[in-house]
Design a protein around this ligand. Structure first.
Ligand SMILES: Nc1ncnc2c1ncn2[C@@H]1O[C@H](COP(=O)(O)OP(=O)(O)O)[C@@H](O)[C@H]1O
Ligand SMILES: N[C@@H](CCC(=O)OP(=O)(O)O)C(=O)O
Length: 393
C-alpha cells in the first residue's frame, strides 16, 4: 500500500485550525450529508443530529456564505412510519418510504433552521430535469432565486418518481453536479467516517489520507462500496467519484464526518481535501450528461466520424453511423462507440432507433432532398454531446 499523500501546507493533522482558503474564502458552498449521519444506530432519523447540522450551516450563513444543502435520509426517515424493520430493498417500497420520509425530513430541517431565522426550501431533482435543456435552466434559475432571497435550498433526488432506468441513485454524485450547477466555490461531503482512509477504516492500521492532489494519488487505496451500517447507499466509492466530478469541474472538495462539519466549514485541516483540477469549466448539462445518465443504446461510428466527434468536437452526422444498438427514442441519451466497442462520447439523439438505419451512410444534403428538410438535422448535435473520459483529443 502506498503512503498517504499529504497536504502541501500547514494543514496536516486534525487539530490545528489551518485556514484552508478553498473553504474559508468560498462565497457559496454545497454541503452534502448522508443517511448514515442523520440516523440513530437502529436506522431511524435522529432529529438532534439534524438540529446540530442546521446550527453549523446557519453559522456559516450568518457569516455571509450562501449554503445549499444536499440531504439524504428520505428513505431512512420513512422506515418507522412505514412500520418497516430496516431499509427496504425493492424499488417500490423505497419510493413509498421516501415519499413518507421526505416530508418529515424537511419538517425537521424547517423547524431547526427557523430557530436561526432561516427559511428551508425543498428542491427535488431528477436526472431528466438536469439533462433536458429547458428543465435544466428552470432548476438553475430556481436555485439562484432561492439563494437570492436568502433561503437555504435542501436538495434530494425525487426518489418517489425515479425508476431504476432514470434513477440517479446516490446523492454524493448529485451533490457534485449541484455544486457545479450553482457555481459553488467548495463542496463539503459529510459522512459517518472522518476522512478517506487508505483501506477499511475499521482496520487498526488504516491511515487517514489528508490531501488528494490528483486522481493518481488514489492508486492502491482500498475504497469500499458499502457503508458500515447498511443505511447509506454507495459507501466510499460514490464519495470519491463525487470528489472527482467536482474537482474536475473546478470545485475543491472536503470529505469528513458530520461531527466535523463546523471545523470543515471553518477551513480546519480535518478530513480529506481533494484539490480542484479544472482547466476548462465544462457546461453543466455536459457534466450531467456524462455523469448522471445511463445510455439507452449505442451508435457505432466509422473511423472518420470518431475523429470528427472526438478530435474535432463536431456534431454526429448520419454519414458516419454504421450500426444502431438498443431501442431508444428521440431525445434519449446514447453512447457513441468506435467499431471496437469503446464508448467515446455520450449525447442526446435526435431520432428514434428505428429511423436511423435508413439514414446511415447518407449525406445530410441527400437526406434533405430525398426525405424532406427535417432530415437535414444531425443525429446528435455537438451542443448535446460530451466526450467521455479517455476520448478527449
Ligand atoms: N477507504 C475508505 N475510507 C473511509 N471509509 C471507507 C473506505 N472504504 C469504505 N468506507 C466506508 O464508507 C462508509 C461511508 O459510506 P456510506 O455509509 O454510504 O455513507 P453516507 O450515508 O454518509 O453516504 C464509511 O462508514 C466506511 O465504513
Ligand atoms: N435519496 C435517498 C438517498 C440516497 C443516498 O445517496 O444516500 P446516502 O448514501 O446516505 O447519501 C434518500 O433520501 O433516502
Amino acid at each position: 500500500m502506498r503512503n498517504a499523500p499529504s497536504e502541501p501546507s500547514s494543514s496536516e493533522g486534525n487539530d490545528a485550525p489551518t485556514g484552508r482558503t478553498e473553504v474559508t474564502g468560498a462565497a457559496r458552498v454545497v454541503v452534502k450529508v448522508g443517511s448514515s449521519s442523520l440516523t440513530a444506530p437502529e436506522g431511524t432519523i435522529d432529529r438532534e443530529r439534524i438540529g446540530e447540522l442546521a446550527d453549523v450551516l446557519a453559522e456559516r450563513r450568518a457569516a455571509g456564505t450562501e449554503v445549499v444543502l444536499v440531504s439524504s435520509g428520505a428513505v431512512a426517515a420513512g422506515i418507522v412510519p412505514m412500520g418497516l424493520a430496516r431499509r427496504p430493498r425493492d424499488l417500490a417500497t423505497q419510493q413509498a418510504a421516501a415519499s413518507v420520509g421526505q416530508g418529515l425530513l424537511i419538517a425537521h430541517y424547517t423547524a431547526a433552521l427557523a430557530r436561526h431565522g432561516l427559511t428551508a426550501a425543498q428542491v427535488l431533482l431528477t436526472v431528466e430535469d438536469m439533462i433536458r435543456r429547458v428543465q435544466h435552466r428552470n432548476a438553475q434559475r430556481t436555485l439562484r432565486r432561492l439563494l437570492d432571497i436568502g433561503a437555504m435550498p435542501i436538495v434530494n433526488e425525487n426518489d418517489t418518481v425515479a425508476t431504476h432506468e432514470i434513477r440517479f441513485g446516490d446523492n454524493d454524485r448529485l451533490a457534485a453536479l449541484v455544486a457545479h450547477l450553482v457555481r459553488a466555490d467548495a463542496l463539503v461531503l459529510l459522512s459517518d467516517v472522518d476522512a478517506l482512509y487508505d483501506g477499511n477504516p475499521a482496520r487498526p492500521d488504516a491511515r487517514r489520507i489528508g490531501y488528494i492532489a490528483d486522481p493518481a494519488d488514489l492508486d492502491g487505496v482500498d475504497i469500499g462500496s458499502a457503508g458500515r451500517r447498511g443505511v447509506g447507499t454507495g459507501g466510499m466509492v460514490t464519495k470519491v467519484a463525487s470528489a472527482r466530478i467536482a474537482t474536475e469541474a473546478g470545485v475543491p472538495t472536503v470529505l469528513t464526518s458530520a461531527s466535523n462539519a463546523r471545523a470543515a466549514l471553518a477551513g480546519e485541516g480535518v478530513g480529506t481535501l481533494f484539490a480542484a483540477r479544472a482547466r476548462r469549466r465544462p457546461s453543466t448539462r455536459q457534466l450531467w450528461l456524462a455523469h448522471a445518465t445511463a445510455a439507452r443504446g449505442s451508435l457505432v461510428l466509422d473511423p472518420g466520424a470518431v475523429r470528427a466527434v472526438a478530435g474535432g468536437r463536431a456534431s454526429l452526422l448520419p454519414a458516419g453511423v454504421v450500426k444502431v444498438e438498443g431501442d431508444f427514442s428521440a431525445g434519449d441519451p446514447v453512447d457513441l462507440r468506435d467499431e471496437a466497442g469503446a464508448a467515446i462520447a455520450r449525447g442526446l439523439v435526435n431520432y428514434d432507433a428505428g429511423e436511423i438505419p435508413d439514414l446511415m451512410g447518407r449525406s445530410t444534403r441527400w437526406l434533405a432532398r430525398e426525405l424532406g428538410p427535417e432530415y437535414e438535422r444531425e443525429i446528435v448535435h455537438r451542443d448535446d454531446l460530451v466526450l467521455l473520459a479517455g476520448a478527449r483529443a
